[in-house]
Write a protein that binds this ligand. Sequence first.
Ligand SMILES: [Zn+2]
Length: 312
Amino acid sequence: MECNYCNSSNNSIIYEWTRLEKNNILRCNNCGLVFKEISDSKKDIELFYKKKYRKIETLPVQTPEEHYNDKVSKKDANDRIRFITENIDLNGKKILEIGSASGCLMEKLHDAGAEVEGIELNDEYRNFSKKLGFEVFQKPIEDSNLVELYDVIISFHTVEHFINPKSAFESIYTALRSEGNFIGEVPNQNDWRIKIFNDEITKRFHYDPNHYYYFSPTVLKNYFETCGFNKIKLETVERYNSIFQLKNILCNTYSKMNIEDILEKHIIPKNETDDVRLPHVDDQIEMEFNRLFEKSVNSELLGNCLRFIAFK
Ligand SMILES: [Zn+2]
C-alpha cells in the first residue's frame, strides 16, 4: 500500500490489532506516517459511514438524540467552542464543520454569531441536525467542489477517518477564503501512552478499526504545508482522565485480566463506574493533577489529542 503523504511503498507493519479486530497498522519508512492497511474501496467506506458506522458494536451505539444528549458530546462541544473562540472571532463568519454528527458544536458556533453549515455522511445524524435548522451536506469535501466559500473550516476527530487526507486537505484549502482557518483535532500518534509506555492495552485501545491515519505533530504539519497553508499552530490536550490511565499503566492493573474484557468494558461502558472517559469533577486533587499533567505533556506535544489551526 502506498503512503498517502509521500507515495512511498516502503513501509513496515508496526502492530496487528485494531481494538477487537485483526488489522495491520503500517508505518511509512520514508516519512513516518502511520496508517491502517485498507482493502475496501472508497465507495464501500462511504456507504459504511452513511448506513452502518453509528450502529457497530465496537463503538457505543447511539441514536442521534442519545449522542446529542451524551455527557461526553456535551463536554467535547464545550471544550471545542472555548478553544475556537479563544483563537478566532466567530461573529459574522461563515463556517463549515466536517463531521458535524448530531449538531452539538454547530449550535454553539451559531450562538457565537457564525453562519454554520455541516458535512455529515450518516443519514440519521444528518437528518437530526438538519432539524436543528442547519444546512448539512452528505458528500465528502473532496467531491464537493467548494471554492473560497468559508472563513473557517472545522473538523474535530474526523480527519483520521478520511480515506484520502491529502486530497481532503487540498479541498479544504480551496474551500477557504483568503486568510481563512482550518481548525480541529485528531488523536495524537505521539500520545504519551504510546510514545512512552506502548503497553499492550494502550496499543489495542489506540489503534481503532475506523481510524485510517495516525498523525504525529510533524506529519500533520508537513501535510498542511504541502497543501499550501502558510502557518500552523499545534497544541495537545488530554481528552479523558489522565490520572486514571497513568495509574493503570504504572500499577499494571490489567495484567491478570483478559484483554478483550477490558477493551469491551472501556469502549462500551455499561454503567457509571466503568465510564473512564471523564474525570471526576468533584475530586479537586484529581482535577488539579489532570490540569498540570495536560500542561506538562503539551510542552512536548505528547498529549492524547492534537489540536491544530492552519492559516491560509
Ligand atoms: Zn510516507
